[in-house]
Design a binder for this molecule. Structure first.
Ligand code: FEO
Length: 420
């Protein structure tokens, strides 16, 4: 007996909208770093208006068969007037070239920032498209698609598209998560809260300020349903997810404090107490400047994970490590690698450490801090073995100078009389 061919049905979302995406339940790692224990979905949508059809986003090339089968179940390629790509990453643009070949009359709408990427991604300079930005719109007769420019969520090209008449927000990766359940809708699938929070933490968190800018555009809209490109379609309490993004993106420390005060965090780890004594002298020097809070953390006594929240909201980060086998020690690298998950660009930074022979660690930390585009006003401070009284004075000055830089105070200039 021959196996029955798999049927891919489109799913009704609203009166005008169908889901025509693809399920990928066996995916276990996404973009190399993201764990997907429940697989994922690539959501694409079809909108039917009185004067034509729009396709919003496509799917990964390897799942294109599902997408085209579902599309064909509810529309003819000749009806497609509009193709919208809210985001060009290959999991959403993979089926685009074939869709454009099958519907050559359709106009492609992308964000301004997507233009160069589109040509590079498709290796084609002759693609026809219309760049759009906030409040541009396209009519399908009795309904309208309006565009919202929401860059860096999480690529420069990202935008959202709003179906005005039904209050449907096609949000791209925003409000999405890697959670595969063929029941599709948030009121029918399992508990996906873990996936939603994990997705935000790994994809959107480094771009919190852009999330807040996007929310300024989204919150005034009467959103009745959120149709993201991954995970459940959010038709039950869509406002909950918008509020959650607002909570997750709002700096917490500044809400909890009754005044806006800067913070410096000094992380260190120490084999014989030498780097620790340096850290304490640096703290004392910084404290002399005043006007900001200073915290001292021994990396040996803490987990990296909870420190990420502190680093994200701190204004200055100093990192101290001994050199062991020509390198900084593992907890220091664990901390520094976690910085990639948040936005540390522009924070004041510095490195220090005691060493026995060669002392490479401080230079390596310095390079990493500069590589992250942090502001490093002073070269790293290295002290051989046990810091003596003069060397502790150097640490004190190091802390004071960085503190002054943090507070925007001009550094006092000492005039060397012998050079006059
Ligand atoms: Fe789902 Fe950024 O692609």
């Amino acid at each position: 007996m021959s196996a029955q061919p798999v049927r891919y049905d489109a799913v009704t979302v609203t009166e005008r909208v169908h889901w025509i995406g693809a399920l990928d339940p066996t995916m276990r790692t996404f973009d190399v770093i993201l764990k997907t224990p429940n697989g994922t979905t690539y959501n694409a949508y079809l909108v039917r208006g009185s004067e034509g059809v729009a396709v919003i986003d496509t799917v990964k090339a390897e799942r294109a068969d599902q997408f085209f089968a579902r599309l064909e179940a509810v529309a003819d390629y000749r009806e497609i007037k509009v193709i919208v790509l809210n985001h060009l990453e290959p999991d959403h643009s993979g089926a685009l070239p074939e869709l454009m070949r099958r519907a050559p009359q359709a106009k492609l709408y992308i964000s301004d920032a997507a233009q160069l990427m589109l040509k590079a991604l498709l290796n084609n300079n002759d693609i026809d498209y219309i760049p759009v930005t906030t409040n541009d719109s396209v009519s399908l007769g009795d309904c309208t698609l309006r565009f919202l420019n929401t860059p860096y969520l999480h690529w420069p090209d990202t935008q959202c598209t709003y179906l005005v008449e039904e209050g449907v927000l096609f949000s791209g990766d925003v409000f999405g998560c890697h959670y595969c359940d063929e029941q599709l809708f948030n009121d029918r699938v399992g508990d996906f809260r873990f996936s939603f929070e994990y997705y935000y933490a790994h994809i959107m968190r480094p771009f919190k300020s852009y999330v807040l800018s996007a929310l300024e555009l989204i919150e005034p809209l009467p959103v009745r349903l959120i149709a993201p490109t991954h995970g459940p379609i959010l038709r039950d309490h869509p406002q909950h997810y918008i509020q959650r993004y607002r909570e997750l993106s709002t700096p917490r420390l500044h809400l909890e404090m009754d005044r806006d005060i800067k913070t410096m965090i000094i992380f260190y780890i120490s084999s014989y107490g030498n780097t620790m004594h340096m850290a304490e002298a640096i703290r004392d020097g910084a404290a002399e400047v005043g006007g900001f809070r200073i915290s001292l953390y021994d990396l040996e006594g803490g987990e990296v994970e909870p420190f990420i929240d502190l680093v994200e909201e701190a204004d200055a980060i100093l990192v101290g490590s001994p050199t062991i086998n020509g390198d900084a020690v593992k907890p220091v690298w664990d901390l520094l690698s976690s910085f990639a998950r948040i936005n540390v660009k522009g924070k004041v930074a510095g490195a220090f450490g005691s060493y026995g022979w060669t002392g490479e660690a401080v230079r390596m930390i310095d390079d990493r801090l500069r590589g992250l585009k942090m502001r490093v006003p002073l070269g790293g401070l290295r002290i051989k073995l046990i810091p003596g009284a003069d060397e502790l004075k150097d640490c004190h000055l190091f802390g004071r100078d960085i503190g002054e830089f943090l507070m925007g105070k001009p550094r006092a200039r000492e005039i060397d009389m012998s050079q006059l």
